[in-house]
Design a protein around this ligand. Structure first.
Ligand SMILES: O=C(O)CCC(=O)C(=O)O
Ligand SMILES: [Fe+2]
Length: 202
């Protein structure tokens, strides 16, 4: 079982990450912020602002719909609205508090909007690249309030205690970036924000 925590209870969140490697934040972001982020993503999608995500690095870098089918836009892109900037600031506050408790040494936050068309997936992977351990903590926020379990699209996390499926409705899930996970296909478009707390290259 993955514990739940409130975002202001950073001690509980840190404890869950230490003991389970993952924690749900069912009430983060709050309802108003969630609505504003959903509206922002709605607008960006209607403007065609998201682009097919790439996988890999260097020469092998490029879109691979067989591995991941989402389209993305970074939250710090000038086309995003004020809700995106406010959410990045909230994530940064969380980063600082978690650093204090977990000694993550995370220097910065990065986040992108993502939309998975029906039937697309993200094959099992780690958010750390083989040659780069910059990402220490992953956080995914779901923007699909009327999602039902049979819509599919679960995030499947491979934790020490076994595989756990997260329904991508609302709220956020936080997990260690070294943990393997995959996004299962859904019957409808699946919207989210994927964020990472990471070390700056030194
Ligand atoms: O949307 C999710 O549930 C996870 C997305 C993911 O694994 C990623 O973007 O690296
Ligand atoms: Fe991932």
């Amino acid at each position: 079982m993955i514990p739940n925590a409130a975002v202001h209870d950073v001690a509980a969140l840190a404890d869950a990450l230490r003991t389970h490697g993952a924690c749900r934040l069912p009430d983060f972001p709050d309802a108003d912020t969630t609505r504003a982020l959903r509206d922002d993503l709605d607008r960006l999608l209607s403007e065609g602002a998201l682009a097919p995500a790439s996988v890999g690095r260097g020469a092998s870098h490029g879109p691979r719909a067989d591995i991941r089918g989402d389209s993305t836009l970074w939250l710090d892109n000038p086309r995003t609205g004020p809700a995106a900037a406010a959410f990045l600031a909230a994530l940064d506050t969380l980063r600082i508090e978690l650093n204090r408790r977990l000694f993550l040494g995370a220097d910065e936050v990065e986040a992108h909007y993502a939309a998975y068309p029906p039937g697309t997936r993200y094959a099992r992977h780690r958010d750390r690249f083989k040659d780069d351990d910059a990402r220490v903590l992953s956080l995914v926020t779901y923007l699909n309030p009327d999602w039902i379990d049979t819509d599919g699209g679960a995030l499947r996390l491979a934790l020490d205690e076994g595989e756990i499926d997260i329904v991508p409705r609302t709220g956020s899930i936080v997990f260690l970036s070294e943990c393997e996970h995959e996004v299962l296909p859904a019957t409808r478009e699946r919207r989210s924000i994927a964020a990472w707390m990471r070390r700056r290259p030194r």
